[in-house]
Every structure is written in C-alpha cells, then in structure tokens.
Design a protein around this ligand. Structure first.
Ligand code: BGC
Length: 776
C-alpha cells in the first residue's frame, strides 16, 4: 500500500493525488502547477470544475503585469504612486467534454477512478479519470500537460479519451478564454491584489480553421499579449467541427460518435508571447513560427526534449535523502518548482510565489538574492546569472528611486517590484529595508566566487555594486565611541521596524562596502578600460572608493556586553519580551492579529534576522558566540515568515544542534506539500523551497566557498540512512555522499580540485572516489 500524507501519495519523483477532495483543491492546484520560468499554469482541470469556489483558474506570464494607482488615506513625500500586479491572463487550458450532452465535471459527475500526477523527471502534469455517465456508461480520459523548458513560449495539452462501454455522441470544446480576473483577498496582506476589475481589453480574437488567436492589451501598463493555439483531433472516424464565439471566449467544437473501446487523441499546442519579448508587430509571426515548429515536432518529440532537459538538471543538481521518503519527495518537489518558476531572460525574476498563484501579486523580493540565487549558483549557474542581470537591467529605476529618496548619487533597489519600480505602500516594512542593496551585492560576490564569471563582474556586476554601495556611503555617519552607524532602517525581521543600527544591515553594508572597494581594485589592476568606462559613466571619484573602505573598516556592529550577544538593533533589548505564553495558537501569524505598533513594541521576531548573519558570516564568530545568539533569538522568533525555519536549521547544523536542525528541516522541506502556513492556495513559498536546498547543502553538508577555498563539514542524522547532493563549482561537478560511516566525494566533471573536509585536505580527480571516515 502506498503511504498517503495529506491526500498525497509519497513518491520519490512525483506528487500523486488519487482522490479528488474538494477542500484540498485550491492548495493542490498550486502544488500541481506546471511552468517553465515564463509561463505558469495552475493545476486546474481542463474539463472544468462545477463549484467555482474551489478553484482559482490561473495562468500567468512572468513579468506580465498591470499597474494601478495606489490609494493612500494619508500620503507623504516619495510614497510609490503606482502598484504592479502579475495578472491572470487568457486561460488556454479549457477542453470541455460532453457525453451525450452531459458535461463531465470532476465535482459533479460520478468518478470511478482518479489520479493527478506531477512528474519531476518528465516535467508533465498528468491526470486520468474514469467518468461514469448518468446512464451508467464509462469513459476514461487522460490529460497530459507541459510547459516546455526548451521553448519558453510553448505549452501543450494532450487528451486521450477512451470509451470503455459508452456509445454515443462526444462533444469537445477547446477554448481560449479571456474572461478571467485576478482573485481578491481583502483581509490577508500577503494575498491581496490591487487589480479588482478586468485588467485588459481584447484587441483581437480570431478563429482560423484549427487555430485560435486572442490578443489582449492591459488597460494601464499598455502591455500586449498574444495567445494562439492549434487544435488537432485524431480520430479514425468522421467528426464535425465548428467555431464557438462569445464576447470574451473563442473556441472550436468537435462532435463525433464513439463506440465501445474506441479512442481519440486531441492535441492542443499553445503559444504565449508578449510585447515585453518583442516588438508588438512581430508577435504574430513569431508565434505562428513557434506553433508550426511545435506541431511539426509533435507531442512525443517535445516531451522527449522536456525529459532530456530535466535529465541534465537532475544529473547536475539532485539531492538524495535515503531512508526518508517524506523528505525526499519534499526536497525534489521544491527544486522542481524553483526550476519551473524562475525567469531566465534577464528581464524577469522569480516572484515570492513563483508562477503558481497570485500571492504577493507576483512581486520579486530579496528572496531572490538570499535564497534563490544561491540555489541556482550551485545547480544551474547560468540561471543565477540571469537573475543578477535582471538587477542590472533595472538599475535605472533603482537610480530614480534613489533620487526620490533624496540620495544624490547611487541606486536604491526596490523592496518589491516586477518592473524595477518600488511598489510597496507600507514603507516601514519595505522601503526601509535598505539591506536589499547589500543582499544583491552578497549574491554577486558569491556567484562570482563560485563561477569565476569575471565577464559578468566587469560588464554588469561592478556597476551594480558601485551604484548600490553609494547609498550606504550616504546614510552611514560616524558616531564617537561606536563607529559608522546606519539609522532609520528595517532589517529582515518585519516585526521590528525603522530602527538604528540593525545589526544585519550593518554587517551586510560593511561587507558590501568592502567588496565594492575590492572590486574597484581588481578592475583597476586587471580590467582598466572597463574600470575607466564605469568611472566616467557614473562619475565615480577615487576618494569615494577610499571612503568605502574607511566606512567598512569602522562600521559599528552592535554588541551587548551583559548578555554577550548581538542585539538586533540599538533599542531591541530594552523592549518588553512578547508574552508568548499567553498568546494562543490562533493568534499566529501575529501580523494578521495585531496592529504593527503592538508588535514593534516587543522583542518578537517574525523571521531570522541576526541569525541569518550568523549563517552568512559564520566564520566571523566563534561557536560559543553563535550559540548564545542563536539561543537568544530562537526563543523570541515566531517563524511567521516562511523564510525563517531553513535559516535556523542551517545555523543549528553549524553549532551542533542537530535535533533542532532536523525539526526545522522537516518544516522546510515539506512546507507547501503539508501546507504548513495554510496559504499554499495562493502559491508556493519559493524562498523556503530554495532554503530547503540550502539547508541540505550548506547546513547538513556544511558546504562553504570562501574566496577560492571549498569546505565541507557534513553531519549525519539518526533517522536517515544517508544523503547526497551535488554542487557545481567553477566548471566542476562534485557529488558528496554521506552515509552512517563515511563521506564520499566524487568529482563527476571538471579538472582536479582541492577541497577541505573537516581537517582533511583532499585533492579530487575525476573517476576516483575519496572516502572520509565520518566517525573519526
Ligand atoms: C517576509 C519577507 C519576504 C516576503 C516575500 C514576508 O513574509 O517577511 O522577508 O521577502 O514575505 O516572501
């Protein structure tokens, strides 16, 4: 018997639902989403669902958004004027099925057999259902859907319909449906949408034989999107087809008579393209070409390409957890969803909820640089680069924002955005998070260390670093007996806002200033013409560069000599500790139950703040210090943010709190599968997903790159038989396998490499395994 948890069957490479339970459907539509970084489709039913309350029919294109005016009761200078929302776009999934005029619907018809499967090796969503008609006759249907990883504009749906003992008329209606809107939630700031009405107008809708075509234009942002679909019915007998038209929908209907045991196949090739991809006038031609190429290849070939792409992905990135199928399923599910959700064209990024739902309006956050970029840096570095390129491509908007915020020079990156403009209306927990600039710098540093991609550094990275560091040079000021201080900012912990000397921000700024200085020196020495170009382009003076070093060397990092811990900021420790004992379970997350001021007045953390710094700069603190800091913050952290448990797990590994590390890891690895935060219906928790990978690799594996040295410090846990992971590092592929007794290193690709495992220095070469005795 298969083991089932939360209505999902455990499997190493799939998630499987074998029973339709209405109440689970909104969440499961998120889990069963397919995507390719450009298109995202929720795991909705092609044939539809009767009770609309239990579905969010969602299709999204990364970076395709509508703008709306932010309305403030009381506004102040430089508040963002315009919000952006990723919009739910034309739904092309629909293929309605009627058997003798009776519509087959999963929540209305009688179901004999049911299965919905998301397959991480195939990159497909498959569904099979045996329907029984009112007259007691059975029809089996199988749907297979994919969003191509090799042609980002393309999706395909294949239906095979088999009559078991039904005889009569079948009608299929294949639609593209512009009658869609974003879903609205007024009482949860995490899911709300600023778009209340239809976000677009239909510019064109046309049926041309087997091709459906609909072009839309957003009302405010003025973006255009074209959706085309080619519909092919394969049936050996006669059928009739005719057009279907409504104000917002177009389709093709097919009617035929089917006998017992007869089968039909129906393929729907779908292409989405937008005016962010090419000039509006070219959209038609490009999409026809993609559609024709796809049609000529056919479903099987495209599916084969999909599987090959994934074969390569898993070869380079797979994580195995032996002896724990729950966690094995969880971690692969997470990695697969990251691959599905992340933009990779330099113009788009990854939303906090990926492309699976409308939570956080599709916005990109620091989640990218601190969680997702590290994941791709060591699995698919070319995607990590694209995510960083996105920041380069939005540098002008960050410069504009800096001017709005009265910084004469430099660039201030937005807290949440799609097109690069800040669009948060609540500045204490957004604009005030100046650490975003330093987070980007951190990600660039780690990416360059791991890849030696100096081309990126000199062509784009350096400019980002220099422009963004200027903001820290501007806001840092020297205070006697302290050093350089940064006032009026918010750290990652959103339960504390607008403070002086947030310790995380200060250490991140210190390191950003140092890295910007070092990069300037490197460019001067090795790439002088690039350096001079950048200098003249951004008007950079030598004394500015020297000043970065001075500030960095003298940055104040708060420390409490009584408790011997790092306070989160200047006043944190003098606040009252939150009354956890008398806070009932249903009052969490606190943000939904208390006014921000009540929360701000207390020592209570939503998420890892200083503890994140302990992970990022682990080598700067001794183990006793890390333990004291960890013990203090653990007691007052609610983990109301999904970004938190993975960081606590990683640091717990580092300081030897293995049981804690394991407990946090469980929460992390299956956060969405088990719907731990109760809001997976609004989309996956992308940062946490990347955090679960970081947890295995950086936490349990103790992997660390520092300048040009590579360290491992693997730990083993009681209940696992072993685990393994792979990292891509400077054109090498290293596999690390840990079992109860040994650690084994294999260099699968690339030139010899020296690594450090605890106190051992190992020189790895290809085709040879290196074993380190774990017990020793
Ligand atoms: C967290 C932020 C995060 C955002 C999007 C919030 O709950 O506090 O740190 O960036 O979610 O994931």
């Amino acid at each position: 018997m298969d083991e089932v948890i939360n209505n999902l069957i455990l499997d190493e490479w799939k998630i499987i639902e074998d029973k339709f339970i209405q109440e689970n459907n909104l969440k499961n539509e998120t889990l069963f989403s397919i995507g390719n970084g450009y298109i995202g489709m929720r795991g909705n039913f092609e044939e539809g669902i009767y009770n609309k309350e239990f579905t969010i029919e969602g299709t999204y294109i990364n970076g395709f958004y509508e703008t709306h005016k932010i309305s403030y009761g009381e506004r102040a200078y430089a508040f963002p004027e315009t919000g952006q929302s990723m919009i739910n776009i034309i739904n092309s999934k629909t293929i309605k099925i009627f058997a003798d005029d009776e519509e087959l619907l999963v929540d209305k018809s009688k179901i004999i057999d049911y299965m919905r499967v998301l397959d991480f090796k195939e990159g497909t969503l498959k569904r099979s259902i045996i329907y029984e008609t009112k007259k007691g006759k059975r029809i089996s249907i199988e749907f297979e859907r994919l969003a191509s990883f090799t042609q980002k504009h393309l999706c395909i749906i294949r239906l095979s319909l088999n009559s078991i003992d039904f005889e009569g008329k079948i009608k299929l209606v294949s639609l593209i449906d512009g009658d869609v809107k974003n879903s609205i939630s007024i009482d949860d700031p995490r899911s709300g949408s600023g778009i209340l009405d239809k976000a677009f107008i239909i510019k064109e809708s046309k049926i041309d034989k087997d091709i459906l075509k609909m072009k839309i234009k957003t009302k405010n942002s003025g973006l255009e999107l074209l959706c085309t679909s080619k519909n092919i019915l394969k049936f050996s007998k006669d059928y009739i087809s005719y057009d279907y038209k409504e104000e917002y929908k177009i389709g093709i209907c097919y009617e035929f008579n089917i006998k017992e045991s007869q089968q039909i196949f129906f393929n729907k090739y779908i292409v989405y393209i937008t005016s962010r991809d090419c000039c509006e006038h070219d959209m038609d031609d490009i999409s026809s070409e993609i559609l024709n190429t796809a049609y000529n290849k056919g479903f099987e070939k495209i599916k084969y390409e999909q599987m090959e792409y994934l074969k390569d992905f898993w070869y380079k990135s797979d994580v195995e957890i032996k002896g724990d199928l729950h966690l094995q399923q969880g971690i692969r599910f997470n990695m697969f969803h990251l691959l599905q959700s992340t933009g990779r064209d330099g113009k788009t990024n990854i939303g906090a909820k990926g492309l699976t739902g409308e939570g956080y309006e599709g916005h990109y956050f620091w989640d990218t640089e601190m969680y997702v970029v590290p994941f791709f840096t060591f699995t698919k570095p070319e995607i990590a680069r694209k995510l960083l390129e996105y920041r380069y491509n939005t540098l002008d908007k960050a410069r504009e924002r800096a001017r709005q915020m009265s910084h004469k020079k430099g660039a201030l990156f937005p807290w949440r955005t799609i097109n690069g403009e800040e669009c948060s209306a609540y500045f204490p927990a957004s604009t005030a998070q100046y650490h975003i600039n330093a987070d980007i710098a951190y990600a660039i540093k780690k990416y360059v260390e791991a890849t030696e991609d100096f081309d990126f550094l000199r062509e784009m990275g350096a400019k980002i670093l220099f422009e963004s560091v200027r903001i820290f040079a501007d806001i840092s000021h020297f205070v006697e007996n302290k050093g350089y201080c940064i006032d009026g900012v918010t750290g990652p912990d959103e339960y504390t806002a607008i403070v002086n000397n947030n310790a995380y921000t200060n250490i991140m700024a210190k390191e950003h200033l140092k890295y910007a200085f070092d990069t300037a020196i490197l460019l001067k020495e090795k790439y002088i013409s690039d350096f001079n170009n950048i200098k003249s382009e951004i008007g950079l003076e030598d004394n500015e560069i020297d000043n970065w070093k001075t500030i960095s060397d003298n940055m104040y990092i708060p420390y409490d000599n009584n408790l011997k811990i790092h306070p989160q900021d200047d006043t944190f420790l003098s606040k009252k500790i939150w009354d956890f004992e008398n806070t009932p379970k249903e009052k969490y997350p606190l943000l939904l139950n208390y006014h921000p001021l009540i929360i701000y007045r207390h020592q209570v953390c939503k998420q890892a703040d200083w503890v994140l710094a302990l992970f990022l700069y682990s080598e700067k603190f001794d183990i006793e210090q890390k333990k004291r800091d960890y013990d203090y913050y653990e007691k007052i952290t609610t983990h109301d943010s999904s970004l938190s448990p993975c960081i606590f797990s990683i640091v717990a590994c580092d300081i030897g709190y293995i049981d804690k590390a394991y407990d946090y890891f469980i929460k992390t690895a299956r956060m969405d599968l088990d719907d731990n935060h109760g809001n997976t219906k609004d989309g996956i928790h992308a940062a946490n997903m990347a955090g679960s990978y970081m947890d295995i690799v950086f936490g349990f594996g103790g992997f660390k790159v520092s300048e040009d040295k590579v360290f491992f410090k693997p730990a083993l846990l009681g209940s696992w038989e072993g685990y393994s992971f792979k990292v891509n590092y400077r054109k090498r592929l290293i596999k690390v396998s840990v079992d109860k007794k040994n650690i084994c290193f294999d260099l699968l690709e690339g030139e010899d490499l020296t690594i450090f495992c605890y106190d051992n220095e190992l020189k790895l070469s290809k085709n040879k395994s290196y074993i380190v005795d774990l017990e020793r």
